[in-house]
Design a protein around this ligand. Sequence first.
Ligand SMILES: Cc1ncc(C[n+]2csc(CCO)c2C)c(N)n1
Length: 222
Amino acid sequence: MSVFDRLKTDCASEWAAYVDHDFVRGMADGSLPLDAFRTYLKQDYLFLIHFSRAYALAIYKSQTLGDMRRGMAGLKTILEGEMELHVELCAKWGIARKELETVAEESETLAYTRFVLESGLRGDLLDLQVALAPCILGYGEIGARHRGVVPEGTDGAPAYARWFAEYASDDYQNAARDFCDWMDQTASAYLTEARYPVLRRIFSEASRLEADFWQMGFKNLG
Ligand SMILES: Cc1ncc(C[n+]2csc(CCO)c2C)c(N)n1
């Protein structure tokens, strides 16, 4: 069993609240108000900036050159790939890159990103990977589950379909699998039963903060 499967099984309710959140269901059936998605996407741009810092921290926390290279590849994927999806979708609604970078940070964004960074600063590479796992592997599950199912006809449907397609893509699914293998490899070097409860706590908190991040999208809806 992978470390991810074990953590997911032990945090089943937090995991379900995250991956089956109303926000995700709303994207899947097209009923999510577009303003909720815009709020999410703008905050997610800030999230990705801090997530890049977390990957940079993974390089710093690496004990091997192989780990450093994997960290660098993850950092490159975010800075050069995923952030461009946001810029592309936001450009369609007249939100410029500069505006994305100057958006005021919501407390949910602040809480989640700084929690991930703190988990890595306090701990080792495994703690950091476990804090990153709900993000990377949760979006992989969501993408795979809702591949090509958004019905047409609502304002947000094209953006939601594009969003799911990104995370359902072979590239993304392979990257998620690689991350899972990387975490298993680190666990085989560093995981002991004595430290497992701490890792479970990190995974559980990060999953809860992911659900809060979806919920944030519903704030300030008119
Ligand atoms: C709140 C939130 N959680 C997860 C992701 C997904 N994500 C962020 S970085 C990364 C790995 C490199 O692509 C992935 C998949 C997101 N965008 N926003």
